[in-house]
Design a protein around this ligand. Sequence first.
Ligand SMILES: [Mn+2]
Length: 430
Amino acid sequence: MSETIISADVVAGHNAKRKADLERDYASLGERLDRRGIAIDAILGKVEKFGVAIPSWGVGTGGTRFARFPGAGEPRDIFDKIEDCAVISQLTQATPTVSLHIPWDKADPNRLKQAASRFGLGFDAMNSNTFSDAKDQERSYKFGSLSHADAGTRRQAVEHNLECIEIGKTLGSKALTVWIGDGSNFPGQVNFAKAFERYLDAMREIYAGLPDDWRLFTEHKMYEPAFYSTVVQDWGTNYIIAKELGDKAFCLVDLGHHAPNVNIEMIVSRLIQFGKLGGFHFNDSKYGDDDLDAGSIDPYRLFLVFNELVDAELSGAKGFNPAHMLDQSHNVTDPIESLMLSAVEVQRAYAQALLVDRKALEGFQEANDALMATQTLKTAYRTDVEPILAMARLRTGGAIDPVAAYRAAGYRAKAAAERPAVAGGGGGIV
Ligand SMILES: [Mn+2]
């Protein structure tokens, strides 16, 4: 039995006050879904099994490009971060794994493993960092890393990624996510083709170091920190990379890494169709890589992405096994509360997508009935699935209302007393 950070009595007391209402709401929703030919318990079973990884950097207070305003009780190191992740996991029962970022989270891998397993947590994809300089690093990444003009700098970046794989092996991770900030700020600064060729060569070396049962995820981002050109700027380039590298290479889709109004769900469909969807960094944005809570700006888009995922799941798309991760960074909310709600929003989009009447949708598509086709999606999206999500939490030991339980437990105040503020803290935008 894993340890819990919030007292089990607090969670039990919280749930006891809400359980009767939840049971009524669940029964009522069950009756309405039954009329649509949907068995609520089958949806509940799928939701209970659904998990999304917490990024270790998400529990620290992030920043804007201009300033960082540290919050009370911020984690001082990776061990504090693991405790915060354990709270999220305990109350939501939707986040069984943590995704580490090296070197921010560098520590003895055996100690890390022990710290996580205390709370029943596992490790998701490892994340490398060649977009900023680590302390005592020999060569700078100011002008790039895996695509750098200097062979020694590229070598250093390759070695760093290989080290991330080594650490991940001990932790039981099965994937490496690579995002680079390489690019240029001025026309003429970089030769596009040469930079991409250097990147591919470096990635081939990293790929060669991948264990057989691992996957390599590459993450595209349309701009920033390089604003004129970016080496891995969109899903097309990302697809080329995955194709060039081989069967263990897949594309990672960070929802915030696209231009506003881009049809991300269609990108997801394309990557599924050609067997190259690796996974997600879920978040939301208004303008760019805002790293806001999942579903906070456009929950319908999150649903439409899950509509594609559920379609692939139900149709048994070959090799379909996307990794679900959050990626967000906060300045104005308590990161634990934000991450809990993001996990719930991702789960909500999944549950809603499970409600789509796919047979009817296909019929409307075949008949060119645009109005009824789109209404079929809306019917699923408009269904309030909160009783299913809350019931999943109740049945698996979480809290019916995770934020209310978290606030009642006074965890942040306790953390603030135990963790004096430190400089740095390793937040970031990824
Ligand atoms: Mn990301």
